[in-house]
Design a protein around this ligand. Structure first.
Ligand code: CU
Length: 150
C-alpha cells in the first residue's frame, strides 16, 4: 500500500511537472506570437555605400566617355540615414569625378584624382533620382531608389 501511494505521488508529480512545462511552452509561444513587429516609423536605419569610378575597357571614347560608377543602383527606404563614400581612383593626371544628385537632395561631391569624400543625407523624399558625374554623362550615371514607407 505504501509503495502504491508513493508511486501515485510520483506519477502525480510527473503529470504536474509536465503540465507546468507544457503550459510554459504554450505561454512562450503565445507571447512571441502576440509581439508586434516594430513599426517602420520607429526603425532608424543607417545605410552606407562605397562608390568608385570605374571604366569600360576597350571602349570607343570618341562616342561616349568610358567612365562609370561601380554601383549604379543604390536602394534605400524612406527616412534611412544614407552615407555614400565616393572614391576617385584616377592617377594624379586623371579626370575629376563627381557624385551629383539634383533637387530635392542637392548633393555634389566633386573630387580631384586620388581624392575621396563622404556625403550623408536623410532619404526623406521617396522616388527614383538620378545620380551622375557632371564630367562623364551620359555613361557615368546611376539611380537612387528611395522606397516609400507605408
Ligand atoms: Cu566622372
Amino acid at each position: 500500500m505504501t509503495t502504491f501511494a508513493a508511486t501515485l505521488i510520483v506519477v502525480t508529480l510527473a503529470f504536474t511537472f509536465s503540465a507546468v512545462v507544457l503550459s510554459t511552452f504554450a505561454q512562450t509561444g503565445t507571447i512571441s506570437q502576440g509581439q508586434e513587429e516594430p513599426s517602420k516609423e520607429s526603425q532608424v536605419t543607417n545605410r552606407t555605400f562605397f562608390e568608385f569610378n570605374t571604366g569600360i575597357p576597350a571602349f570607343n571614347v570618341t562616342l561616349f566617355p568610358p567612365d562609370q560608377f561601380s554601383q549604379t543602383t543604390l536602394e534605400v527606404n524612406q527616412n534611412d540615414n544614407v552615407t555614400v563614400k565616393f572614391f576617385n581612383m584616377e592617377a594624379p593626371n586623371g579626370d575629376r569625378h563627381s557624385f551629383t544628385i539634383n533637387a530635392p537632395y542637392k548633393i555634389n561631391l566633386d573630387l580631384a584624382p586620388g581624392q575621396n569624400g563622404t556625403v550623408s543625407f536623410l532619404a526623406n523624399h521617396p522616388g527614383i533620382y538620378q545620380f551622375y558625374c557632371e564630367y562623364h554623362e551620359p555613361t557615368m550615371t546611376g539611380q537612387l531608389l528611395v522606397v516609400a514607407s507605408k
